[in-house]
Design a protein around this ligand. Structure first.
Ligand SMILES: Cc1ncc(COP(=O)(O)O)c(C=O)c1O
Length: 422
């Protein structure tokens, strides 16, 4: 990854790209929504397909010369069907947010009602936050997790749905560390005659590998990002029953997008093929084991986790009980100085602002890709706890930074001689 061609034309961008390779190699990516794709996915995403217009769908395009675009998009669709067992798949959404927009546009009218999880309780902007188009176009009410347990409150959701009479209920979250009972949410949706959109952006890979319950075939619509736990490069995906296929397809194109990013569709096809290999199941299971090991170790240092642990790939630390005067942002910045990159996050019942919240979200998908096991993740838990105890102490930051450098050497990432994973 030397970017020689870029360097010859544009040394500034080449230097920044090389800097980013180095940054990814030399830091621990613990942002729960991030991962590292293979060189094969990188190659597909930087292919000549970036040149190609392919408005329409395989076999029915508005442009000529789509023979290879058709082949690749069909491969991505077929592999997604194999991975998740969906009837109908659209692989064209540019991102998870675009996928959600596609579903709303397919079945809602402006002013229709969305019932979704509050952002500060783990929901996502695209589920109807006022800053997002969905919050501006639709009538949104939000549910919350149980204040005591941090778990979804299914009974509360059912009562709220009864009262609000939503047109669609959105499940699937950005910062929820527990297994989601999609069937139970489907029952709530059925009872109030609402659609159910399960947004599995974060857990696409866990669902594909069978380490998290699948909403496919349960919820009316399933959306996701393709660059998180599924490691297929930036993009989005929509899955649904055949009965919604035409509405969904026309909501994506021409409803909300123009030409698909065919180079990204190629990345999805390659990443899905990788995820169909038996090793991917091991990867997904290890990601969850690693998150559990991290959670246990953080708790052993007296840190409080929302819901008391994790069933998936992420943990959410609530700093308030153990470190009431320390904010998430302070910890995020000190950790980044030490080479551990994660994000400050709101926690249920947040008492600070979204910019400087009381929590820290940490995920294991990217660490697991670079080979971390439970033991290594326990050690990362020790390192995080050290910084939480003394975010302003330069000596502690330097000490943690030294150990991070050793760990990144021990678990190399993009290495010209070694594939990241096979
Ligand atoms: C639950 C959920 N939905 C949608 C998205 C949006 O995904 P994207 O960034 O691909 O638009 C995210 C992003 O993290 C998410 O967590």
């Amino acid at each position: 990854m030397d970017y020689d061609e870029v360097r010859a034309i544009d040394p500034e961008v080449a230097a920044a790209l090389s800097g980013e390779v180095e940054r990814q190699n030399e830091t621990l990516a613990m942002i729960a929504s991030e991962n590292h794709v293979s060189e094969a996915v990188l190659e597909a995403q930087s292919s000549v397909l970036t040149n190609k217009y392919a408005e329409g769908y395989p076999g029915s395009r508005y442009y000529g010369g789509c023979e290879y675009a058709d082949e690749i998009e069909q491969l991505a669709i077929d592999r997604a069907k194999d991975l998740w067992g969906a009837d109908h798949v659209n692989v064209q959404p540019h991102s998870g947010s675009q996928a959600n927009m596609g579903v709303y546009l397919a079945v809602l009218e402006p002013g229709d009602k969305i019932l979704s999880l509050d952002l500060t309780h783990g929901g996502h902007l695209s589920h109807g936050h006022p800053a997002n188009f969905a919050g501006q176009v639709y009538d949104v009410e939000q549910y919350e997790v149980d204040a005591e347990s941090g778990y979804l409150d299914y009974e509360g959701l059912a009562e709220q749905a009864e009262e609000f009479e939503p047109d669609i209920i959105v499940s699937g979250y950005s910062a929820y560390p527990r297994e989601v009972d999609f069937e139970r949410i489907q029952d709530v949706a059925d009872d109030v005659d609402a659609y159910h959109l399960a947004d599995i952006a974060h857990i696409t890979g866990l669902v594909a590998a069978g380490v998290h319950e699948s909403p496919v075939g349960v919820a009316d619509f399933v959306t996701g990002s393709t660059h998180k736990t599924i490691r297929s490069g930036r993009g989005g995906i929509i899955m649904c029953d055949e009965e919604y296929a035409d509405d969904v397809d026309s909501a994506v194109f021409p409803g909300s997008q123009g030409g698909p990013l065919m180079h990204n569709v190629a990345g999805k096809a390659v990443g899905f093929k990788e995820a169909l290999q038996p090793e991917f199941e091991e990867y997904a299971a290890q990601t969850v084991e690693n998150a559990r090991a991290l959670a246990d170790r953080l708790q052993s240092h007296g840190l409080e986790l929302v819901s008391g642990g994790t069933d998936n790939h992420l943990v959410l630390i609530d700093l308030r009980p153990s470190h009431p005067d320390t904010t998430g942002k302070e910890v995020e910045e000190a950790l980044e100085d030490a080479g551990i990159v994660l994000n400050a996050n709101t926690v249920p019942g947040e008492t600070r602002s979204a910019f400087n919240p009381s929590g820290i979200r940490a995920g294991t998908p990217a660490l697991t890709t670079r080979g971390f096991d439970e033991e290594a993740c326990r050690e990362v838990g020790d390192l995080i706890a050290k910084i939480v105890d003394a975010p302003g102490d330069e000596n502690v930051v330097a000490e943690v930074s030294e150990r991070v450098a050793e760990l990144t050497d021990e678990f190399p990432l993009y290495d010209d001689d070694e594939p990241l994973y096979e």
